[in-house]
Ligand binder design. Structure first.
Ligand code: SAH
Length: 455
């Protein structure tokens, strides 16, 4: 096999063997594996190796010689330029199968178990599902303001208002904001110069109600023509029921700031899921695909098999969604979440849904569970839905001491899921693994796992 360094360009004929965790084609080359975007299993072509990062080789397709029968024409004009999604040119059925296999592989590799993973539950049409749209301000090469998504692998902003996965209500809002910013000549924030004001613009749409929350993220509280901007925004976009300003002073990649000002409206929107009403504020976590979130929650609740007699804990609970849904079928529901704004929403949500046997605490989930274990608290069913990086060994250890008869692990990170499950397998066994596709046309997938206490 020819030698190559990180700089030299190597060209070879390769065949895609499988898709990686991140949705890249895996192409064997000698004893190496080259990761190639937009190259699907079974496809063959001329591949160039473009760079090496962290010991791994990344390439691109120079010419596709044998396309897969799963390849379809992409209908998105930005596909390949914008880094927002993958798989726009891959059949959705094949994407769902890939996600099922991926979870199976991670469980095998990282937890050492071979279990049957159920087929991924997906959307009928994987379109316009995203209720949270996160855009950035930038400048074009002619120094005109832009608003949209980052170009793949960079912080260059491409103006995109039309997107196949976002809620269609976002398009006119993004267009109006860009027009206002251009007309009023409000300087956008420039990372490299540390100058300007406007950083990001977020939209959250309610699925079931005619409500939209918009968040303008700025470098500082005041910016030129602020009053004018707000009044023209409000007049032009009556569908946006509340506008919040978030102030992020630090120069980093975090989007939302610590300081918030409600520019008009209540500062939150409401939505309905599985028959309950939820209040969502700018900082609270809320799943981004409402239709499939219902499927996810229904799966989690059915796995719990509640009879009305159980004490349930919803750990990493966000605005309390899973816990509040479980409350209908449980004796008592405890929930723990680390973001105070989300807990405030959860308390409000319990109140407005008339659910009183529900207790929500602001705490680190590990700390909370350790305390429960120390006082030998009673726990029948544990729901856990940690962020992508997963939970902690200490959390899992405390869970084992509490010995709930069922653990329902909801995860958006198949690797951390498998790593965490491994630590439970001495006293729990995997009963069901159900992938649910909340993120069509991206590499991400949710999984619900039912773990049963061994007798
Ligand atoms: N179950 C909720 C939220 C899941 S997202 C839903 O379906 O909407 C994961 C949540 O974990 C987020 O709300 C995040 O704020 C919270 N979180 C992250 N780290 C945490 C920690 N160490 N302790 C408690 N909550 C945490």
């Amino acid at each position: 096999m020819p030698k190559f360094s990180s700089r030299s360009l190597e060209i070879f004929h390769g065949t895609c063997r499988s898709l990686s965790y991140l949705g890249l084609g895996e192409v064997p080359y000698g004893d190496k594996l080259v990761y190639v975007p937009d190259f699907y299993p079974g496809e063959a072509g001329e591949i160039s190796i473009d760079y090496k990062r962290n010991g791994q080789f990344f390439g691109s397709v120079r010419s596709l010689e044998k396309p897969s029968s799963n390849r379809i024409p992409s209908l998105c004009p930005y596909f390949g330029t914008c880094g927002g999604c993958l798989f726009q040119d891959y059949s959705y059925a094949a994407e769902l199968q890939h996600k099922q296999r991926l979870i199976q592989n991670q469980l095998h590799r990282l937890a050492g178990v071979d279990v049957d993973v159920l087929p991924t539950l997906g959307m009928e049409e994987p379109l316009h599902y995203r209720n949270k749209i996160q855009t950035h301000f930038g400048l074009s090469s002619t120094m005109k303001p832009t608003l949209g998504f980052y170009r793949q692998g960079s912080h260059e902003v491409i103006s995109i208002s039309d997107c196949r996965i976002q809620d269609q209500r976002a398009k006119p809002i993004l267009e109006t904001v860009l027009q206002l910013v251009s007309e009023l000549r409000i300087p956008v924030y420039r990372e490299e110069k540390k100058q300007g004001y406007l950083r990001h613009f977020l939209i959250r749409t309610s699925w079931k109600k005619e409500e939209i929350l918009a968040v303008l993220v700025t470098k500082q509280k005041d910016f030129p023509y602020k009053t004018e901007f707000v009044s023209r925004f409000r007049a032009a976009l009556p569908q946006v029921t509340t506008l919040v300003q978030s102030i992020r002073k630090q120069d980093d990649n975090v989007i939302l700031g610590d300081q918030e000002e409600i520019l008009y409206g209540p500062g939150y929107i409401e939505d309905e899921l599985c028959g309950l009403t939820f209040r969502i504020s700018a900082k609270s976590f809320y799943q981004t695909n409402p239709l499939m979130t219902e499927v996810l929650y229904q799966t989690a609740i059915s796995f719990a098999d509640l009879t009305g007699e159980e004490v349930v804990l919803d750990a990493y609970s966000g605005i309390g969604t899973i816990g509040l849904l479980a409350a209908k079928h449980a004796k008592k529901v405890l929930s723990v979440e680390s973001v105070p704004e989300a807990v405030k929403d959860a308390k409000e949500n319990a109140e407005r849904n008339g659910i009183h046997h529900f207790e929500e605490v602001v705490d680190d989930a590990t700390h909370y569970l350790q305390q429960m274990a120390a006082r030998k608290a009673l726990l029948d069913v544990l729901f856990m839905d940690p962020p992508r990086k997963g939970s902690t060994p200490e959390f899992l250890e405390a869970a084992k001491q509490l010995r709930p008869k069922r653990i329902i692990y909801v995860s958006c990170g198949p690797s951390s899921l498998a790593r965490d499950i491994k630590l439970l397998l001495d006293i729990y066994q995997i009963e069901m693994v159900q992938p649910v596709d909340l993120f069509p046309r991206t590499e991400h997938v949710e999984t619900v796992v039912l773990l049963q206490l061994k007798v």
